[in-house]
Design a protein around this ligand. Structure first.
Ligand SMILES: Cc1ncc(C[n+]2csc(CCOP(=O)(O)OP(=O)(O)O)c2C)c(N)n1
Length: 363
């Protein structure tokens, strides 16, 4: 019997705004001036806050933090495509996206200084806190999306964000499988920033793209230029529309680049060439977006300068406030393990407080 071909597949790549600011008019999303400026505001705030936090960390005024510079389009544009009533289920490299979801900058500063209080965001109860355990947030996103439907919310969706390294975790595959089988309204957004700490994308998976992993789970997958805010917005917007119409989950691979270190505890010069970093500088999402806004005649150099001055003040104010309040309950993390008090956790809390006391006594 002759061999039969059971299936063929192809994966699309989407770019709308190229490195030089040229836009494909046929694909250009119809975004209002207000939305475009909002997106630009948060991308710029994210870039400036990242730089400032890195300085604070180097001065010993902040703990370890992950650098977000270069990935602003891939984590801000998706937030523009969802509603406050949708779930945002991220990991730890979505600074501007979280700020867009209403997280105050001071919370970010508290979190990266080790204070659990930074995770508390009453303004946006559907934004989950930072998740450090890779891919662990993905099955939760499926549960939230599926659960919302079961509870009668007709058009709520969940946006789940993770890195390329997270796709090697079992949780990623379990989440995609469950989402497919349950037809859960989830958008899986992979920020492929080329590295998982020092592991390059090529050593992460033998698949030519991460997007094609969707095929195995029977859901749509697309690769987009992750430094093109218009392409990211369109791909996420299309996936959100499908999810709201009960057409199920999607996987989007946003191809981007981590311009700086993995975290402040990392030295990227040990595993990647400067020439590679330079080549990605030419694809900077902010430079490209500003060219686009200038072409549309809604932006200019003076507005840029005024915005940067204003954001500097906003950041200064948040840092000042952050540094004026440093006294927190040291055992706060024990409060949030379970909804109710649990004796084993209480035993550990008591031991932890006892140890702290001893340390203080011993100087
Ligand atoms: C389950 C698990 N294993 C290992 C780690 C340690 N770790 C933290 S970040 C990281 C790399 C993650 O890379 P990627 O998913 O590509 O995201 P990126 O940091 O590049 O944004 C690793 C291995 C972890 N946090 N969780």
């Amino acid at each position: 019997m002759a061999l039969q071909t059971l299936d063929n597949f192809s994966i699309d790549y989407l770019q709308i705004l190229d490195e030089n600011g040229n836009v494909d008019r046929a694909l250009e999303p119809d975004l209002s001036r207000e939305d475009l400026l909002r997106l630009h505001y948060y991308m710029t705030l994210s870039r400036m806050a990242d730089a400032r936090m890195l300085n604070l960390q180097r001065q010993g005024r902040l703990g370890t933090l992950p650098a977000a510079t270069g990935q602003e389009a891939s984590f801000c544009a998706p937030v523009l495509a969802i509603r406050d009533t949708d779930w945002f289920v991220g990991s730890y490299r979505e600074l501007g996206g979280r700020l867009m979801r209403g997280e105050p900058l001071i919370n970010v500063l508290h979190f990266y200084n080790g204070f659990e209080e930074g995770s508390f965001n009453p303004e946006s109860p559907r934004t989950l806190p930072v998740s450090i355990i890779l891919a662990s947030q993905l099955p939760q996103a499926v549960g939230l999306a599926y659960g919302s439907r079961l509870q009668g919310e007709k058009d709520t969706v969940a946006l789940a964000v993770f890195g390329d390294g997270a796709t090697s975790e079992g949780d990623f595959h379990e989440a995609l499988n469950f989402a497919g089988v349950l037809n859960a309204p989830v958008i899986f957004l992979c920020q492929n920033n080329q590295y998982a700490i020092s592991t390059p994308r090529e050593l992460q998976t033998r698949s030519a793209t991460i997007a094609q992993k969707a095929i195995a789970y029977g859901i749509p997958g697309i690769q987009v230029d992750g430094n093109d805010p218009l392409a990211v917005f369109k791909a996420v917007g299309d996936a959100v529309k499908r999810a709201r119409e009960d057409k199920g989950p999607s996987l989007i691979e946003a191809v981007t680049y981590r311009m700086l270190m993995h975290t402040t505890a990392d030295d990227p010069t040990r595993y990647r060439e400067e020439a590679q970093v330079e080549s990605w500088k030419a694809r900077d999402p902010l430079v490209r977006f500003e060219k686009y806004l200038i072409q549309k005649q809604i932006w200019d150099e003076k507005k840029q300068k005024d915005l940067e001055d204003k954001l500097k003040e906003t950041i200064d104010q948040a840092v000042k406030e952050f540094e004026s309040k440093r006294e927190f309950k040291p055992d706060a993390p024990f409060d949030h393990v379970f909804g109710n008090s649990f004796y084993l956790i209480e035993q550990q809390r008591a031991q932890f407080l006892e140890n702290l006391k001893k340390e203080a006594e011993n100087g």
